[in-house]
Design a protein around this ligand. Sequence first.
Ligand code: GTP
Ligand code: MG
Length: 361
Amino acid sequence: MEKKCLGCGVKLQIDNENEVGFVPSHLLNKAKYCQRCFKLIHYGKFKDMSKSIDFDNIFQFIKSKNPLIIYLIDSFNIDGSLIDGFNKLFNDCKTLVIANKIDIWPKSMNKNKIYKFIINKLNKKNVKFDDIIGFSSFNSELINKTINKIKSYKNREVFVVGKINSGKSSFINSLIKHKNIDQSLIATSFYPSTTLDLIRVDFKDFYLTDSPGFIDDTNIYNYLNNKNLKKVINLKEVKPISMSLLNETLFIGSLMYISLENDIKARINIYGNSLIKYHKTKTFNLLEKFDSLTNNPLYVPKLNNIVNYEDIDIKLDGNRNMLFIGGLCNIDFLNVKGILHIHKIKDLSVELERSMLNDIK
Ligand SMILES: Nc1nc2c(ncn2[C@@H]2O[C@H](COP(=O)(O)OP(=O)(O)OP(=O)(O)O)[C@@H](O)[C@H]2O)c(=O)[nH]1
Ligand SMILES: [Mg+2]
């Protein structure tokens, strides 16, 4: 019988060290993980093997099972974690949305406002779903609630799908731990494309299957090398950073910058990783300043292809609005009216919405 890696899902093999699933031949019999996952789990070393993922095949297979789909969405990076064409891919399937990583938002924030915000967003983007649950891998009450919800669908086959890094494997691991199931944990990490193939776990009442994260160019993770990812990615509760801007430009690390039209004063709260430098500067010679940051370690490295930038303008209407920047940070504008200029990576998702911190109507 073929043996699969319990960390990433690929078939184990002993022939080629540079291909997925490799284990040294003398370890094959007792190995649970491939060499790549073993190194990730024990030494935090990551090897990108995302090219090996066969999404067409995987999605066809999932559909053929007529499963319950668990659609994992990162509640801190909502737009960046939506799959383009989700409805088309899984049109006939029951869908339970899990709004994950709810613990990254400050504890003081009203979680109902976040859920309501996400529901509005999904409706606006015409995502069809049957139910939604807020979730965090660290909250046993939410884990319990989720297990009961999954059971209530009575589907034997349940597949977890979502974008890279949305937390699919951590989600399943938290259920494995909670139910004390005799199963090795799936490999997880903040590096994109940790999971490479399907991983099916028997929960007795149902089978829960992990899948590789869907990849596109909307998230900041796709543009950073492994070292810089650590400084940018949000893995724990964020503490908002408050500041005001008047005829000034805000550099978000050396990744992008935003400024308001002249003489408009803005009070903002930034929700993001405190390792990023949020740096204010006078609004002139911006491109020169930006280019001078090329040697800064956070500067977007040109990984596989050239990264294109673009300038866009967004109108702030005087309400409390939040700018969501593809997994990088979210910026709350407190009742600012005027034009916001943004210099950003072309395909990075940047969306302005009425802030979830508004009162619920
Ligand atoms: N704070 C917080 N972090 C989480 C949670 N769930 C996952 N993470 C973190 O998010 C990162 C990605 O988690 P994974 O479970 O590997 O994500 P994935 O969706 O399986 O990723 P791929 O396999 O690459 O598609 C890891 O660093 C996790 O620790 C959560 O509920 N809260
Ligand atoms: Mg995974």
